[in-house]
Design a binder for this molecule. Structure first.
Ligand code: CO
Length: 150
């Protein structure tokens, strides 16, 4: 495994739409392993492939309950609302309040290409929404209601 460079706000790759993963090969496994190690090294709870310069629909999340890998993820249902502070490893030092659904269910593939569904509430639901938006070339900054004063 290796720690990869995190792309930061202003890097054009963060604003591009990612392509579906078609090959569930060793290279994908290495990417997911590296993404997880990179995220952990920065104390993050989620990281999307474009944040390490790869325009593929792959995400890793760990809000403290273990590693979740999402390949070609889609939100299939959501309910409720929550407002809470959000940050991003690609926008270091910036935090702001963002409204998100309180419960989200995602359908995705694992690193072997097998489909599964996963549901999350609160922080996990927030992480699903935040990371999946990276795959559409969107940063949370566009959604901030109020930036945190430092
Ligand atoms: Co982010």
């Amino acid at each position: 495994m290796a720690i990869r460079e995190i792309r930061e706000k202003g890097d054009e790759i963060l604003y591009m739409v990612c392509k579906p993963v078609k090959n569930f090969d060793k290279k994908l496994g290495i990417l997911l392993d590296d993404m997880y190690e990179t995220m952990k090294s920065k104390d993050g709870v989620g990281l999307a492939a474009p944040q390490v310069g790869i325009l593929k629909r792959a995400v890793v999340i760990d809000v403290g309950d273990g590693k979740i890998e999402l390949v070609n993820p889609q939100i299939i249902s959501s309910s409720g609302t929550q407002i809470g502070n959000e940050g991003c490893l690609s926008v270091p030092g910036v935090y702001g309040e963002v409204e998100r659904p309180n419960e989200v269910t995602v359908r995705a593939q694992n690193r072997n290409g097998e489909f599964f569904e996963i549901s999350g509430k609160e922080l996990l639901a927030r992480a699903f929404c935040h990371e999946l938006e990276h795959l559409e070339g969107k940063l949370f900054l566009d959604r901030v209601i109020r930036f945190e004063e430092n």
